[in-house]
Design a protein around this ligand. Sequence first.
Ligand SMILES: *Cc1c(COP(=O)(O)O)cnc(C)c1O
Length: 799
Amino acid sequence: MILDFTKDTFMEEYANKMVELYGVSVEEAHITEKYLVLGEVIREYISISWKESKEANRMYQKKEVYYFSMEFLMGRLFTSNLMNLGIYDAVKDGLEAYGIDINMLEELESDAGLGNGGLGRLAACFLDSIASTHYIGHGNCIRYEYGFFKQLINDNKQVEVPDLWLKLRNVWEIKKPKHTVKVCYGGTVRQSINENGKVSVELEDPFVVNAVPYDVPIVGYDTKLTNTLRLWSAEPAEESLVQGHEDYIQQVRAICNSLYPDDSTQEGKMLRLTQQYFFVSAGLHTIIRNHLKNHPNLDSLPEHVAIQLNDTHPVLAIPELMRLLLDDYQYEWVDAWNIVTKTMAYTNHTVLSEALERWPMEYIRQLLPRVYMIIEEIDRRWMYDLSHTHSHPELVQACRILRDGQVHMANLAIVGSMSVNGVAALHSKILIEDVFRDFYQVFPEKFNNKTNGITHRRWLMYSNPELTHLLDETIGTTWKLQPSDLTKLNAYVDDADVQENFLRVKKRRKEILAKYIKDVCNVEVDVNSIFDVQAKRLHAYKRQLMNVLHIMHLYNKLKEDKDFTMYPRTFIFAAKAAPSYVFAKKVIELINNLAQKVNNDPDVSRYMKVVFIPNYGVSIAEILMNAADVSEQISTAGKEASGTGNMKFMMNGAITLGTMDGANVEIVERVGREYAEIFGLTSEEVNHLKFEHSYDVWQIYHNDPSIKKVMEQLLDVNYFDNGSTYREIYDEVLNKNDEYLVLKDFWSYHEAQRNIDTRYANRSAWAKMCLVNIANSGYFSSDRTIKEYANDIWHIETY
Ligand SMILES: *Cc1c(COP(=O)(O)O)cnc(C)c1O
C-alpha cells in the first residue's frame, strides 16, 4: 500500500501488485491486467483516507446526509478520482515509464450507467460536490447487474443491447458481506399482545432476501474526506432457500438484474416496486445500525441523519422507517412519526402527470402487507388532521395518499417529509402554484427551491483541459475551489486575445468531436461549421421533433430557393429512447434517415450535415458538450423541471438556444437576454393557450404551406430512399392538437436559428457571447447547490 504517493512509489507498488495478483511482470501483462491492477492500486490508496474518514465520523459525530436514489449515473471514475486525489500526473508518468498510455487504460473502464438521464446524473454530481465541499454524505442505491441499455443504430433504428458494465469487474467497489441485512417481502402480518401489554407485530413466512452491500469510495477534490456510495445486491437467504421456493433463486436474481430504462412511466410494476423497497429497506437498516452504535436509542436520529429522497422512487422509506420504529423498536406512533418527518426530505423532479408515481394499492398490499397497513394509517391520520384544520372538501380530497385504488407516492412524500423542493426556480413556482398548490396551502413552510447544478470538476476541469488552461492563464486558479470566481472572466470578454484563444480552444474541442464522429458514424464534418447540439433523453416534451422538422424545412428551402443560403451547420443529436416508447423511437429513426438523405445530397451537404451519435451516456457527453457552439434547450415551456445539460454546455462556452423553461430562465437571468437566443411561448402563454382552448393545429397546417410540406413529407414514400414513412409522428402532432406545441413555436424557433447564423458570422461578438456564458456559469456548479441543501434542509456542517 502506498502512503506517500509519487511516481516512484506508484511504479514500485504497481509492479508488486501485478506479481501478487497475476504473477507476471508489468511488461508481460495483458492490457486488462494492467487496467485491473491500476484500479486495485488506486483503490487501496483511497482506502487509507476512507478508513480515516470513517474513524473521524465516528469520533466527531457530525450530522450526515444519505442520498437515497434509484439512480446514480456515475460514468467513468478513473480520471475524476485521480484528479480529485491530485495523483493524475504521478500515475500518468509512472505508466508512461512502463510504456503504457494512461488513456488506453482509461478507455477500458465501463461507463457506470446506473441511471437513465438527468435525475441519475444529478445524484452523481451531488456525491462529487458533497465530498468536495467537505460534507459527510453517502449515496444509497442498487447494484444493477446491467445498467442502462447500450444503444446501437441498425438500419437507422434504435436497437437495445444489454450493458455488460461488470464484464471486467468494477474496480472501485468492495463487497462488504459483514454488513448484509435482510429484506422481507410478502408473508402474513400477525399481531399479538406481548407481556408489556403492547401490540407486537410480526411477519410470518416472509420471502426473505439478503441485501449485500458493495461500497464505492467517493473522493472529493483537494480533501482527505472520503464518502461512500453503497450499492445493494440481492442474494438468496438461507431461511428462504430451505422453504424450497421453486424459482426463489430466479426471483432474487431478478431484483438487481437491471435498471428500468424509463424514467417517466412506471413499467414492470411489481419488480420495480420490489427494487424500490429493496434498497430503501436495506439502506435504513444500515442507518439505524450505525446510529445505535453511538446512541442509546433512535430518539436523536433526526439530529444525526438527514435522508434526501431523490424523486418518489425511494419514498417507501417513509412507511418503512415507521415500520422499523414501531415494530422493531417499540415506538409509539406519534413519536415515530415525529422522527420520520424530521429526517426525510423530498425532491420533486417532474410536473408531467404521467410521471408522478402512483401504485395500485393491491400491489403494495400484496408485496409489503405490513408497510401497506402503515400507509393506510398514515393516510387515515392525515385525513383526520386535515379535515379538522382545512375543511374544504376538494382540498382534502386532493391531498389524499390513498385515492382511486392507488397510492399517490408524491403525496406520501410531502406528508412524510420536512422539506419539499423543486429543482429550478420556475419549476418550484409551478409546484406551489399548480401541481401541489393544495399542499402548499397546508404546509407553505415545507416548500423550497434548490436549483440544480453540475460538478464543474468533471464537466469543465477534467473533460475540457484546454479551456481550463485558458481560464487558469486568464483569471488564475481560484475558480476551481470557488467556481463563482469564474465571474473574473467578465473583465476579459472584450479582450481580443482572450477571444482568439477561446475560439482556438473551441476549435480544438470540435476537432476531437469531429474525429469521434468520423470514427463512429463515418461522417465527415466541417469544424468551421456551427456545431449545433441537442443531446438528452428522447421525449416528446423535449421536442427533438421540432429540431428535425426545422432541418427538413431548411432542406426544402435549399432545394427550392436558389437564393436561400445559411451559415454552414452541423446538426448533432444524441438520445436514447425508452424501449417501449414508440413515438420516441420513430423520431430517432427519422433523424437517422434524414441524416442519410442530407449527408448524401451534394447540393445540401455543403451547408449542412446531420449526425446522430449513438449510445448517449456520460462519456459521450464529456466530448460532446464542450465541442458545441449552440446548445439546444427547446422543451415546451413549463415541462422541463430544470435540465442540467443546459448548464454543461453553458460552462463550456456554448450559446443557449432555448425556451424560457427550467433552469434556462436562470441562465438567461445571469448572462442577460442578449447573450442567449430565446424564443417561443412562455409557460404562462402555454397555460393561457391551453386554458382558452383557442389553439387549433389544423389551422396552421392548412394555412402554412412550408409546414404542410414538411408534415406531408413524413407520409411520402418517395421522400426517403428506403421508403420509410412516419405516420405515427404525423398523427401524434396533428391528432393530439400538437400537445407540445411544436408547430406553434416553429417560426419563432426558425427566427432564433436565423439569428444564430447572423451572430456566428461575427467572430469577435460570438466569442464574447461565449465568454460571458462561461463567466456566469459558476452559479451552476453543484457545489453551490449542495451548500444550499446543507444549510437550508440538511443542517449539516462541514467535515
Ligand atoms: C447531463 C446529462 C443528462 C441530462 O440532460 P438534460 O439535457 O438536462 O436532459 C442526461 N444524460 C446524460 C448522460 C447527461 O450527462
